[in-house]
Design a protein. Structure first.
Length: 762
């Protein structure tokens, strides 16, 4: 598919952009053009509102209607201000009193304010509700979280503020929610022994490719044009929290293509605190002992080098020829970097160089772009972010002129289908995860106009860059644009003939021809429904309480031992949704003299841990209720246990008959307890039963009882009981002496017996 381009300003050519912008700002009549455009927009908006919502007011909640209402009401207010100010002016000429002059000034001020705002449509201040769907024919997944909470802690200067824990300062609730959502649908962020199909291993060296081209180069109006570094911080925190212990490194990198990436910018950063830079984020992790650093590929973009395997140890870009016209359009960085305590020689095509060979399994890449409009490509999201992975240096010799170079990228001129970005993905390196920053979305200008950016508080992720681009353009970026406009069409992956669709189709087709077939297939012969059926979409609210639950079970729930002996319990933590994270175990309520150990601790589900409690000879006899707590980040689960320390030389005995009972739902069973005296013991004995399952009712016929007497223990089974075998302990206590006896209750499943079925031939 080839697209004839309608707009000729590109964010990759600073000089051309500045010339176009300057001429637009100083062109004669430009103010009148904006004002007349606003009048037309206001009239069209009012007409649209009347036609679409006049007969059905419920449509006023739709995004398009909300934009039309905002623009229409603003236009009416503007006209009213003109009328009022003109009337005030004529009245003031007739009656020049101080009060009327004051009213005139107020009216003129209102007019000026409204005229000053008449530059274009008013944008939505929140993103629309994101749709979710699943399809049996899906080949990839897109994950999205909305309502990402605003960070409250700054890492300016590369330090964690005093009195703030590292976990509180370094985590990001949106990234946490996104990782959770992925795991709940079997896309695991961590590669572990229990999850070998996860993405990032404990020793991975992860390159986070951000979009930082416009950072720190044009002041505050550039601030929302690059990747949010609060999100980068949250991603790094998730990496270093690997459940098996992180032993790798994280590198934040970008190539600004002659508009130098400023990973250490002191101001105007896209973060809650504009003074917090990427380097500040990296330094804060270094202060906690992690290997995190930044690397600016701009510094090597014009140095063309060979591979390590050829004996070339110089950092630079390796050029690669693929097909016609054969002038080395493909390229990738090869560089040496020191991260914390480790130094790496990295080929972004072949992996980590150890002096004799490459290790490509440890090298991982996260592609982390920001969502914004682009004048030439229609939109900047995941696929276009690869332009900062390659190098455009020596442009004329390798590509031709400025326009020809972009034609290699996405084929916006008729007859071009080289698909350089698709070739990069298929032949050099494709990110292991595309994580898209839509905290702030700029639908007006891709590299300036911070005031045009809208705070959406959305994060998206996928292993398929074409799927996440398709979804993000259609449901995150385009809803902020004027419906039906050329700008909206050019940014919409669904719109046939639009610039952004042309970028995706050209590069997806080229990547597929080069062997990358595990992504969605885009073709103009498909309908939107057919294309969207190729990927699932899962959406979660990051601000809502986590639906992930951590439960902790113990077997058995009670143990009876004598002083100096050891009680052992088996603990099993379980996450719902298939999560795999370490769970740290703690115990409360144990006798002060006892020695406690968990083997292992922490434990990773579905593994188990053995709780061992060893008492001493001086441990006081008694019944000790205990609580085991399992903690994994913000999640907790508890289990209630009982330790019974029996007296070594009691003055009475306790016998139970029978020792085992079998019951079904709704039934009642009983046991008989008899207390016998030793050496004339005659004090009353209090009886308790420990470890009975939830919902089972207990009662004693006599309690307490004296030696030689009996009491009946009755257990009432509920209609929906916990089935299976339940070990119980019957405990008798009297004047500090403790005696325990074990019994069992087996709750049988219903319909255990079945009538025989006899088949006869007719």
């Amino acid at each position: 598919m080839s697209i004839v381009h309608r707009q000729h300003s590109g964010s990759d050519n600073v000089q051309l952009e500045n010339q176009v912008r300057a001429s637009a700002q100083h062109a004669p009549g430009s103010s009148w053009n904006r004002r007349s455009g606003y009048i037309v927009l206001g009239l069209v908006s009012l007409a649209w509102l009347a036609l679409r919502s006049g007969t059905k007011p419920s449509r006023l909640v739709y995004p398009c209607q909300r934009v039309a209402a905002t623009n229409g009401l603003g236009f009416l207010a503007y006209i009213a201000s003109l009328v009022v100010s003109a009337r005030l002016y004529h009245r003031a000429r007739e009656h020049r009193t101080f009060g009327r002059l004051a009213l005139l000034v107020m009216g003129l001020t209102l007019t000026a304010l409204l005229q000053g705002e008449a530059r274009g449509p008013v944008l939505l201040e929140a993103s629309p509700t994101l749709p979710a769907w699943t399809s049996p024919s899906a080949v990839s997944d897109v994950f999205a979280v909305t309502n990402v909470p605003t960070p409250t802690i700054s890492l300016e200067g590369g330090t964690i503020p005093g009195g703030v824990s590292p976990a509180e300062a370094l985590h990001d609730a949106g990234v946490d929610a996104l990782v959770n959502l992925m795991a709940s649908h079997d896309t695991h962020f961590y590669k572990t022994t229990l999850q070998p199909n996860g993405i990032f291993a404990r020793d991975s060296v992860v390159v986070i490719k951000v979009n930082d081209q416009w950072n720190c180069n044009s002041g505050s109006d550039n601030r929302r044009a690059h990747t949010n570094n609060d999100v980068v911080k949250g991603v790094i925190y998730r990496l270093v929290q690997h459940p098996e212990g992180f032993a790798g490194a994280v590198i934040i990198a970008d190539n600004g293509q002659g508009v130098p990436a400023r990973l250490d910018c002191a101001n105007y950063n896209n973060a809650q605190d504009a003074r917090q830079s990427y380097k500040d984020v990296a330094d804060a992790f270094v202060s906690q002992g992690y290997n995190v650093c930044t690397y600016t590929w701009d510094n090597i973009r014009s140095s063309f080098v060979g591979e390590y395997s050829s004996g070339n140890m110089t950092s630079g870009y390796v050029l690669l020829q693929d097909g016609t016209p054969g002038t080395n359009q493909l390229s990738y960085p090869k560089f040496q970097v020191t991260c914390g305590a480790q130094t790496f020689q990295i080929s972004m095509r072949y992996g980590l160089w150890n002096g004799t060979a490459y290790d490509n399994t440890r090298l991982k890449m996260i592609n982390l772009p920001v969502v914004k409009r682009h004048g030439m490509a229609g939109a900047t999201i995941a696929v276009k972010n690869y332009i900062g992975f390659l190098t455009t240096a020596n442009r004329d010799a390798r590509f031709g002129d400025f326009a020809a170079m972009h034609n290699f990228f996405w084929g916006y001129q008729a007859g071009s289908d080289y698909g350089l970005l698709g070739r990069q993905l298929a032949l050099i390196r494709r990110a292991d995860l595309d994580l898209v920053d839509a905290i702030w979305v700029n639908p007006v200008d891709g590299w300036h106009e911070e005031t045009s950016a809208v705070r959406d508080n959305i994060l998206l992720a996928s292993s398929d860059p074409f799927a996440v681009d398709y979804y993000a353009s259609a449901y995150v970026l385009v809803p902020h644009m004027t419906p039906g406009s050329d700008t909206a069409h050019d940014a919409d992956a669904r719109y046939h003939g639009g610039d952004f669709r042309g970028l995706l189709v050209t590069n997806e087709n080229r990547a597929r021809l080069k062997g990358m077939t595990d992504t969605i297939n885009l073709d103009d012969s498909f309908t939107v429904d057919q294309e969207q059926a190729q990927f699932n979409v899962f959406v979660a609210d990051a601000s809502a309480p986590s639906t992930v639950m951590l439960s902790l079970t113990a077997e058995p729930v009670s143990r009876a031992i004598q002083p100096g002996q050891t009680a052992v319990y088996t603990l099993s933590p379980v996450f719902d949704g298939g999560y795999v994270r370490p769970v740290t175990l703690t115990l409360q309520g144990v006798p002060s003299e006892a020695i406690v150990s968990f083997v292992p601790n922490p434990v990773i589900p579905p593994g188990t841990s053995h709780l061992c409690i060893t008492t001493t000879a001086s441990t006081v006899a008694g019944v000790y209720p205990m609580t085991v707590t399992g903690t994994s980040e913000v999640l907790t689960g508890t289990a209630n246990l009982t330790l019974i320390v029996a007296s070594i030389a009691p003055s009475f005995t306790l016998s139970i008959s029978p020792t085992t009972r079998v019951a079904g739902p709704g039934q009642v069973v009983s046991y008989t307890a008899v207390v016998s005296s030793i050496n004339g013991f005659s004090l009353p004995v209090t009886l308790t039963v420990v470890g009975f399952p939830t919902g089972v009712g207990t009662s004693w016929s006599v309690n307490p009882i004296k030696s030689g007497n009996a009491s009946t223990l009755t257990l009432s089974i509920p209609g929906s009981p916990p089935y299976g075998n339940h070990p119980l302990e019957v405990v008798g206590t009297a004047e500090g002496q403790v005696v325990a006896q074990s019994i069992e209750l087996f709750i049988d499943y219903p319909f255990k017996s079945y009538l025989p079925i006899i088949l006869r031939r007719g």
